[in-house]
Design a protein around this ligand. Structure first.
Ligand code: GLN
Length: 266
């Protein structure tokens, strides 16, 4: 009888030890399962802050859904756009969700998910500022009409690249007429002040449209560039990119996808 009791006590002890080990395993795993998403929350409707300072937007909701479906917990960090790739390379973040266009230069530095959104560039101006743009579909007429303007763009973006390539490298525009801003909010603030600061901003069309919800601004031109946004991961992190792609494929075109589009683009 005593012997049996001893065995029972031992069994209980072993079971307790076992579950303790299992439990600590779970806690460990949870830490490893956290993903830090880096964004630049000045890019509505893809990423921006609400009145309480929470980072929200199309990209944020999409990547959070995908990562949570993959059993990760998600933390979102607000970083200036130009610092996103270096932060990814330094392991300070695990994923970039920032309306980032997939292009060759970036593909040399990081890996991208499959495309999840198509975008073009555009020209945002202040209403009534007297800035005149030739909205002709002939690219030459259009570029000639903006070559004398002071143009704002965000540092390190495809919008800034477009101005550099089509206006500065072609010697149509003085380099000093391109004003680079670290965040769009500052560019838009200068545009609102008036032409003594800035005549126009070149930026992604959907974002220009979001900024033009303010009645003092308008989108004066669409520059068709046919860009694709992708989520960025550290170069070589194939496992994560494949998991994200599998979830993207399931999600795009689903009812939840339509709901997400309607929520942020209506
Ligand atoms: N799509 C543009 C780019 O990749 C702008 C992105 C952004 O400013 N968040 O450069």
């Amino acid at each position: 009888m005593i012997k049996e009791k001893k065995i029972l006590v031992m069994l209980v002890a072993i079971a307790m030890l076992g579950s303790a080990i299992l439990l600590s395993g779970c806690v460990e795993e949870k830490k490893e399962n956290k993903i830090i998403v880096g964004t630049s929350a000045d890019f509505p409707p893809f990423e921006y802050t609400d009145a309480s300072g929470n980072i929200i937007g199309f990209d944020i909701e999409l990547i959070t859904t995908i990562l949570e479906n993959l059993n990760y917990t998600v933390e979102v960090k607000d970083i200036s756009f130009i610092s996103l790739i270096p932060s990814l390379q330094a392991d300070k973040i695990d994923v970039i969700a920032a309306g980032m266009t997939i292009n060759e230069t970036r593909e040399e530095e990081i890996d991208f998910s499959d495309p999840y959104y198509q975008a073009d560039q555009s020209v945002l101006i202040k209403k009534g500022s007297g800035v005149e743009i030739n909205a002709s579909h002939d690219l030459e007429n259009f570029t000639a009409s903006i070559a004398n303007l002071t143009i704002g763009a965000q540092t390190g973006t495809t919008g800034a690249d477009w101005v550099q390539e089509h206006l500065i490298n072609t010697n149509m525009m003085d380099e000093e007429n391109l004003k680079l801003y670290e965040i769009y909010i500052d560019a838009v603030a200068d545009l609102d002040i008036g032409t003594e600061r800035l005549d126009a901003i070149v930026l992604d069309l959907d974002v220009a449209q979001a900024f033009a919800e303010n009645e003092n601004r308008e989108v004066a031109y669409t520059i068709i560039t046919g860009e694709n946004y992708g989520f960025g991961v550290k170069e070589g992190n194939t496992a994560l990119v494949e998991k994200i792609n599998a979830e993207l494929e399931k999600f795009i075109g689903s009812d939840d996808w339509t709901a997400l589009i309607n929520k942020y683009f209506e």
